[in-house]
Design a protein around this ligand. Structure first.
Ligand SMILES: NC(=O)c1ccc[n+]([C@@H]2O[C@H](COP(=O)([O-])OP(=O)(O)OC[C@H]3O[C@@H](n4cnc5c(N)ncnc54)[C@H](OP(=O)(O)O)[C@@H]3O)[C@@H](O)[C@H]2O)c1
Length: 259
């Protein structure tokens, strides 16, 4: 029987692959036979990840990328398509945050996060979508797939991170808009809203009083395990999700239910 979750031979671009959720996703796709392009700014980490994937028989390419630089995004995606393969799946994951009481926030603090999480995510999705649309007929049977990584902060707000909340809510809405306009081009666009995964982004926060209080409020009583991202991500990325577009999968141990 055909495995509808099969991604072997597909080309996946993962942004923000130098740590956390992105690095885990790159390993997961590579272990299932996908060709994986890993992008971020810390290239030493990307090189180590590529070496690890190649050692286990996989195919991978490291690409230096600051997603906030629109021209650099175009060049990086051309490199992936020239040196690895045309992109079938985008895991649009690069993200950052900045936490400070709202009255101490500066316009620069706000803009830096928006530049990466919203503008950067748009530059990458747009550049990949244009290339996918240009080869519509040769996209996988279930279409090209763009998976934007948002956050539960797109659904319910957290204090001290105004740009993070706004950028993720913006990206969630952008996902739905792109889903509508790109559907005729056989491109699906969905989002995953993670709750708490322990990564470089969150590891300091979970030890603060506010972080401990947040953990205590998770109905499942714990943070997510890295591999709990795999099933939802594969569903959206593979032909198993061929009629899914504009959807949001919340992976949060039921925390967003408590509004
Ligand atoms: N961890 C959680 O609990 C959680 C919850 C909700 C949502 N998320 C989202 O999940 C995504 C991954 O976060 P994570 O938890 O895995 O955090 P992480 O471990 O800090 O990873 C963030 C990744 O984004 C990359 N990045 C940051 N700025 C970038 C830029 N300007 N250009 C290119 N890459 C950039 C970083 O690479 P370089 O620094 O090497 O560029 C890194 O690889 C983010 O979008 C985050 O908002 C995480």
């Amino acid at each position: 029987m055909k495995d509808i979750f099969d991604v072997a031979g597909r080309c996946v671009l993962v942004t923000g692959a130098s740590s956390g959720i992105g690095r885990h996703a790159a390993r997961m796709f590579a272990s299932r036979g996908a060709k994986v392009a890993v992008a971020a700014r810390r290239t030493d980490r990307l090189d180590a990840l590529v070496a690890e994937i190649i050692k286990t028989g996989g195919q991978a390419l490291a690409v230096a990328l600051d997603v906030a630089d629109g021209a650099a995004v175009e060049k990086a995606i051309d490199t992936v398509e020239r040196e690895l393969a045309p992109i079938d799946i985008l895991i649009n994951n690069a993200g950052t945050t900045w936490s400070r009481p709202i009255l101490e926030h500066t316009p620069t603090d706000f803009a830096k996060v928006i530049d990466v999480n919203l503008n950067g995510a748009f530059y990458v999705a747009h550049a990949v979508a244009r290339r996918m649309a240009a080869r519509e007929a040769s996209l996988p049977p279930g279409g090209g797939s763009i998976v934007n990584i948002t956050s539960v902060a797109a659904i319910r707000t957290m204090i001290r991170t105004p740009a993070y909340n706004a950028s993720k809510a913006g990206l969630a809405h952008l996902t739905r808009m792109l889903a509508m306009e790109l559907a005729p081009h056989r491109i699906r666009v969905n989002s995953i809203a993670p709750g708490l995964f322990i990564t470089e982004l969150s590891q300091d926060y979970v030890h603060t009083e506010r972080g401990k209080a947040m953990l205590a409020k998770i109905p499942m009583g714990r943070a997510a395990r890295d591999e709990e991202m795999d099933g939802p991500m594969l569903l959206l990325a593979s032909d198993a999700g061929s009629y899914l577009s504009g959807a949001e999968i919340v992976i949060d141990g039921a925390v967003a239910c408590a509004r």
